[in-house]
Design a binder for this molecule. Structure first.
Ligand code: P53
Length: 477
């Protein structure tokens, strides 16, 4: 029977744009997150043409971690975190994205933050690009449609790798790079790639081009990073949402397999170093003139990641249409059906702890690499009780069940797992809806969807529970 590593990285995860605020402080430029309004449950966020006065942009101020980070890190130390996953806001370092020289004030902010973490023995785990690319790269270059963005990104990566080479060991390149496989929802292509699809354009083709430039940029970053510090561990970051067949009908099985291929080829390329054959064939059959060069394919081979970082929240099921013949065809947003065996959160995210173990086995069989669960958690509306505290037993239940499955994957399936960082362990702005009241935290932050509140931080019941989980290395759940 395997065991959790002795130095298992129990932590917590956030992203710069969702908690820092200070959107125009310290020389920071406008990012794609700064031009997205607040939505609501079932109401998509609007992507506006620049920052329009009078609109509500929840990421502009967020929970002002920018102004509170010292006190917050002290709370993280109270919780007993071994690591803290955040991102470096690209626009603090390169406000427009295409500058030659970085913004020293932005670099200094992360030096100070990392020093503060290291003071308490908390290891930073850093994502280079987490839904917050410079908006200027969107308006001037079309985002990741443009090959030039590879150079801007690798320059950014090189600058921060060099600057923090003695402070940060664990890195990831692109957060949930595979979300954009869903091209029907504009949010994904915009947050992943700064791409807005115009009427008449083929969103799928554009996605494959943008994603290609990203996997090339990721592979280059891996090579640059390893040269700067051979001890760096640089990972992929994939959103693992397993897609099960809705029934044993081969039509459903085929569809589910193609669905998994469509969502996870990104990992084939980043971890395996090459495109899967089905995808190369698919792109050829479509007759797309994609800019994928032989030199690019060499880069991919030479820039494989060290580990698979991934998020896990839910699973989905897919079903063939009524008269559809058995085929390897998958259309996200059309083929997904409700799984009657699972309950869902208020946002319709189906709760499936065993799906975490399934996803881990799936990755392990293909890539034989260490894994790092860098997001997992339960978004809910919290109520402050008469005693002034949040009693979030529903959140503890969700996390306990997922950690149980994670342990089985390690102990029974023998998977090498580096750590576990629950998402939004301090309340922050939701990426999908822009809400504050979709909360994941163990630390409550007094701010609501309208932007009102004192920003005061307080501990929920889940805080004390997780503190003990860390203390016992996951033995006491
Ligand atoms: P929110 C969709 C599906 C799975 C994960 O999400 C996703 C999304 C995008 O909404 O995003 C990740 O805030 C992402 C985080 C995000 C978190 O999951 O919509 O990496 O930035 O906040 C939770 O509830």
């Amino acid at each position: 029977m395997g065991h959790l590593r002795k130095d298992f990285l129990w932590g917590g995860a956030v992203a710069a744009h969702q908690l820092e605020g200070g959107w125009n402080k310290g020389g920071k430029g406008v990012s794609v997150a700064d031009v997205m309004t607040a939505g609501a449950n079932g109401v998509p966020r609007q992507i506006t043409d620049g920052v329009i006065p009078g609109k509500n942009y929840p990421n502009h101020d967020a929970i002002d971690f920018y102004g509170h980070y010292k006190d917050d890190v002290k709370l993280f130390a109270d919780l007993g975190l071994k690591c803290f996953r955040t991102s470096i806001a690209w626009t603090r370092i390169f406000p427009n994205g295409d500058e030659e020289e970085p913004n020293e004030e932005g670099l200094q902010f992360y030096d100070d933050l990392f020093d503060e973490l290291l003071k308490y023995g908390i290891e930073p785990v850093i994502t280079l690009s987490h839904f917050e690319m410079p908006y200027h790269l969107v308006t001037e270059y079309g985002g990741w449609r443009n090959r030039k963005v590879i150079d801007f990104f690798t320059h950014f990566a090189e600058v921060v790798f060099k600057r923090y080479k003695n402070k940060v060991k664990y890195w990831m390149t692109f957060n949930e790079i595979n979300n954009q496989a869903n091209t029907a929802v504009p949010f994904f292509l915009f947050t992943n790639s700064g791409v807005e699809v115009k009427p008449g354009e083929d969103a799928e083709k554009i996605m494959y081009q943008a994603a290609h430039y990203e996997v090339v940029a990721s592979a280059l970053a891996v090579q640059i990073g390893h040269k700067i510090n051979p001890d760096f561990q640089i990972g992929a970051m994939i959103a693992m949402v397993p897609l099960y067949p809705a029934s044993p009908d081969p039509r459903d099985i085929f569809k589910a397999e193609r669905a998994m291929q469509t969502r996870y080829w990104f990992a084939d390329v980043q971890a395996g170093g090459a495109y899967p054959t089905w995808l190369t064939q698919y792109q050829q059959d479509k007759g797309w003139d994609l800019d994928i060069t032989l030199a690019d394919l060499d880069v991919l081979k030479a820039g494989k990641v060290d580990y698979i970082g991934f998020s896990y929240y839910m699973s989905n099921a897919v079903k063939a249409k009524d008269n559809e013949p058995a085929s390897y065809k998958y259309e996200e947003n059309v083929d997904i059906v409700k799984n009657p065996t699972l309950q869902a959160s208020e946002w319709g995210w189906q709760i499936d702890p065993q799906g975490l173990r399934y996803g881990m086995n799936w990755f392990n069989d293909r890539f034989h690499l260490p894994q790092f669960i860098v997001e997992n958690g339960f978004g809910a509306i919290d109520k402050i009780d008469a005693d002034g505290h949040v009693h979030d037993d529903y959140r503890v239940d969700y996390l306990r069940q997922h950690i149980e499955q994670m342990k089985l994957a390690v102990e029974v399936d023998g998977i090498d797992l580096m750590g576990y960082t629950p998402w939004g362990f301090i309340d922050l702005v939701s990426a999908g809806t822009g809400q504050m009241d979709k909360r994941y935290g163990f630390i409550y932050v007094d701010k609501n969807d309208k932007g009102e509140g004192t920003l005061k931080r307080s501990k929920k019941d889940s805080f004390y529970w997780y503190e003990n989980v860390i203390k016992t290395n996951g033995a006491d759940l």
